[in-house]
Design a protein around this ligand. Sequence first.
Ligand SMILES: [Zn+2]
Length: 396
Amino acid sequence: MAGPDAGPVVDLGEVAVFPGLVNAHAHLDYTAMAGLLVPPREFPDWIKGILTLKSQWTDAEFEASWRLGARQQLESGTTTVANIETRAHQLAGLRAGTPLRIFSFLEMTGIRSGREPERILGEAMEVLKGLPPNRGGVGLSPHAPYSTSPELLRAVAAVARREGWRVTCHVAESDPEFDMFMYRRGSLFSWLEPQRPCDDCGLGSPVQHVDRHGLLGSPLLAVHVNRLWGEDAWRLAARGASVVHCPRSHAYFGHPRFPREELTEAGVPICIATDSLGSTKASREGPPVLSLLDELRALAAADPGLSPRRMLTEVTVQPARALGLKSVLGELNTGALADLLVLPHAGSTGTVEEALVHHRGPVAATLIGGRWEWIAPGWDSLLSGSVHDPRSTPSP
Ligand SMILES: [Zn+2]
């Protein structure tokens, strides 16, 4: 029954309604790279490939690619995206052009350019603080241990604490990265040794590396984390970090097994995310789409023992918590924002999570902040009403 503060009541017919999905890691601007980069024999070959491709793209191509990714997210029921941003000068316009809640994590590297960490970080802060407020928020993304200096990691950790910003970083993604930091060897080490000081290598695992420089407790959204060593899982849990797993990107690279059991046993929250279509293979259905539902289906096929209910939490409440927005995003509840997705569903309520995990294609509709922002063909007349949203924009 509608309460006294409710808006209009809309009967959606035989459907299932879920909280809008929260994508904990994406690169919207790489969406149009789908199919352009073949899975590499060695991880550094992919990095070289994407660096070359990026150097050939124009601003207009990046913009179209970012917008394509945002549209695909909306059509597949995602309402919030933690996005890695590389187009600082285009960012305000890109964010203003989508109804999605975009949490923009500005990417920083600095190894190849050799620029001072203070300057890199100062410029990033200027960009982020100059952005008009939107439905999402901002954060910092030192790219990875191998592409950043320890000084930059330490400076980012200090600024994030001061500003109350979240931090995200690709950590322990590949065997070559693990070998570089553990043993000063492997293909990534050989490639980067002439390009960066390597006195931070040979000292421990990548997780130990980011912890040593203060990043884990930012609190961090640690992306990938395919290689653990010793107490790494407990270290992540103790510092309050979340781990982000990207099933299709993981399969594309053929990374080592994702250590889900070890992380879960230690109490590390896990989020499922898309990563980019630059590291996603086409399927039998055709070219890949930037969709968390497609990630869930891939995960269910790779790990049939995982319950649909658990997978649902990893694209809703877990990433909401990782972004510092527990009870605000990722759930249908009093006080939460009115973000939801609608799926056609005529089965029993006991099978709704399974229906979501195995859904193919666009959802019937996506609602953000109480407004229908995506309605699939054929659903227009049903969704002619609107839903009242009493909450204002969240702060990150
Ligand atoms: Zn990524």
